[in-house]
Ligand binder design. Structure first.
Ligand code: ZN
Length: 252
């Protein structure tokens, strides 16, 4: 079994709870991370180090891209968070550790293929930046977008980025993970699967989300964690927007 995690967003209590849950399952041989380890939350350095020691793969998310290349297209509070996060990495000591972390950030791959499975942070045609949203299925939203997306991956594509777990099917439906408590069989057909967010869920379920993949089916796991601790750390920075703490409690 493979576990896929994404969008940790510097939330160490959520990350630790998910890693403990993966350990407790006892059947997972690899953990892979689809990006956005940093951004919004208060413990970006700790989260990147923890992910680096536990995950066989870390993909580039738009928040890592913002650290390395600049926060283009971010709203003001997210841009300030990216600047604060970059400072945290610049203050890491000793210098060898600081350089190793920065080198890791600069060299994160944008995509990863395993047989007929593609892993990206955002979308198969624009791996770091593009969002694939439920609203893309609505008529008139962006005609042709879903056709182009479904033409851009082999059989399965796993993504994060929107923080909204669920399955996009070939016949242009989206099934939220909350409607699939028994998991979802993927042995036939082509699917784009969103694994959800560890550190900032946005589907009104405030528990951390991640996914386990058996090869034939996917199962989402939701894990309660110490939201108060994560929120208190955000407030204590005196730099990050307090709304990043509030939204953790609402799961949005
Ligand atoms: Zn994200």
């Amino acid at each position: 079994m493979i576990a896929l995690i994404s969008d940790i967003h510097a939330n160490l209590p959520a990350l630790e709870a998910v890693l403990a849950d993966i350990q407790a399952l006892g059947q997972v041989d690899r953990v892979l991370c689809l990006g956005d380890v940093v951004g919004y939350g208060a413990q970006p350095v700790e989260c990147l180090e923890r992910v680096a020691e536990t995950c066989k793969l870390i993909l580039m998310g738009n928040h890592e891209h913002a650290l390395v290349h600049g926060a283009f297209g971010f709203h003001a509070a997210a841009k300030r968070a990216a600047d604060w996060t970059r400072e945290q990495f610049q203050q890491v000591n000793p210098g060898a550790r600081r350089r190793a972390l920065w080198e890791l950030l600069e060299n994160l791959p944008h995509r990863h293929e395993m047989d007929d499975i593609l892993l990206v942070h955002g979308s198969p045609r624009d791996p770091v930046m593009e969002y694939v949203l439920e609203s893309d299925l609505w008529e008139g939203s962006d005609p042709g977008k879903m056709d182009a997306i479904f033409a851009s991956f082999p059989r399965l594509c796993f993504v994060g980025h929107t923080h909204r777990p669920g399955v996009f099917t070939e016949d242009r439906c989206f099934i939220p993970a909350a409607e699939l408590p028994e998991g979802f069989v993927v042995s036939d057909g082509r699917y784009l699967i969103n694994i959800g967010s560890v550190g900032q869920p946005r589907d009104r379920d405030q528990r951390a989300s991640y996914l386990v993949f058996s090869g034939e089916a996917v199962y989402w796991r939701r894990v309660a964690y110490d939201i108060d601790a994560a929120a208190a750390r955000i407030i204590a920075t005196n730099s990050l927007d307090p709304r990043f703490a509030e939204r953790l409690r609402r799961g949005e």
